[in-house]
Write a new protein. Structure first.
Length: 366
């Protein structure tokens, strides 16, 4: 099993690294600027990989107990489907595969699998590839795009293995992601005009929350990968249309308080429970149930300083994320997280710059 994992990961890394275009000195950084405050202060290849890998554990009816995950089985089953994809696609159904996983053609409530494929894997993955390459370049690493390609390959494979978890059999989701959308995002954002469009016209940023580890029960909280978008409204200098993509799709407006600081307010839907959909061909098909959520965000130069989210997934009633750079004690500025769950349970966490995850504690119930 160990040798299978090592060979699988090595081959996938070569696959992605081969797509990584040669690095050229950029005239400016588009997505990573080295800020020592906000979400950028806690962004690094390891924290990004953890946020993306455990993204699916935001779903309410999936365990967030790390000791119960079936990663070895996930690695094996994802690789089996990746290396020989046609049997799984055949069992799933070619028409259904292309209409629900590849092209935005499926309109039924259980046929929207293409939505995260485009938002998280193609666009989000492409942006993350450039941001991570910029992180490597900013910190003086050689061959930053090659390193980013390797990082992205490992992240994508871990992500798919965790999503697969204990399932054993034909699974087309990693086929669509690993063969098409993940490498497609890397190639797409390697075109400077595409990357610059999302950076300067869509004002795209990574606004992932600060992942927390609860050591008493080996649980993970406040996890997930999120991407913010802001689009200028003609004639309204201070206002922009706002959208946050991740397990949720919430939209609203951003208002420029100062030349550097924005406040954004949004509402919409978020994935709550994951459920299996009967599929005559036998291949795995899943969809999500949705619940309502609303949020308010404060950012500086695109780096998220704090967020307050109401409702949503994982049983949260409210979550407050305060990133480093807001609360300061002399030269120490931690990230602070406060979470109230619908069952009255109150949790708090602390995160520091350069740490891949923060630590959580349960403080009682209301």
């Amino acid at each position: 099993m160990r040798n299978l994992f090592i060979r699988s990961l090595a081959l996938l890394i070569i696959f992605f690294a081969a797509l990584a275009l040669p690095s050229h000195a950029a005239e400016k950084y588009l997505f990573y600027h080295g800020y020592d405050y906000g979400s950028q202060a806690v962004y690094n290849p390891l924290s990004m990989t953890i946020s993306a890998t455990f993204d699916v554990l935001q779903i309410n009816n999936l365990t967030n107990d790390l000791s119960t995950l079936h990663l070895a089985n996930g690695f094996e089953n994802v690789w089996a489907n990746f290396i020989d994809p046609l049997p799984a696609v055949r069992q799933y159904g070619y028409k259904q595969f292309f209409s629900s996983e590849i092209f935005p053609l499926g309109l039924a409530g259980d046929s929207y699998q293409y939505v995260p494929n485009y938002t998280l894997h193609l666009i989000g993955g492409g942006m993350t590839y450039i941001a991570t390459a910029e992180w490597y370049e900013f910190h003086g690493y050689p061959k930053p795009r090659l390193l980013s390609g390797v990082t992205m390959a490992a992240m994508h494979f871990f992500n798919e293995a965790l999503e697969n978890n204990a399932f054993d059999g034909p699974n087309v989701d990693p086929i669509a992601d690993l063969w098409l959308f993940d490498p497609g995002g890397l190639v797409l954002f390697s075109f400077p005009r595409v990357a610059e469009f999302f950076a300067t016209t869509m004002h795209m940023n990574d606004w992932s929350p600060q992942t927390l580890y609860y050591p008493d029960k080996h649980e993970i909280y406040n996890n997930g990968q999120k991407f913010s978008f802001k689009y200028d409204i003609p004639g309204l200098d201070r206002w922009r249309i706002f959208y946050l993509a991740g397990a949720e799709g919430i939209g609203g407006f951003s208002y420029k308080l100062t030349p550097t600081d924005d406040i954004s307010v949004a509402a919409g839907i978020v994935a709550h429970d994951l459920r299996d959909v009967p599929n005559p061909g036998g291949a795995r098909k899943q969809t999500v149930t949705l619940v309502y959520s609303e949020a308010i965000f404060w950012d500086r130069n695109g780096s998220l300083l704090s967020s307050l989210v109401f409702g949503g997934n994982r049983g949260y009633a409210a979550r407050l994320n305060i990133y480093p750079g807001v609360v300061k004690v002399k030269n120490f500025s931690p990230g602070l997280i406060f979470m109230l769950r619908k069952n009255g349970e109150f949790m708090a966490g602390i995160n520091i710059i350069h740490a891949p995850v923060g630590l959580a504690a349960k403080l009682g119930s209301f």
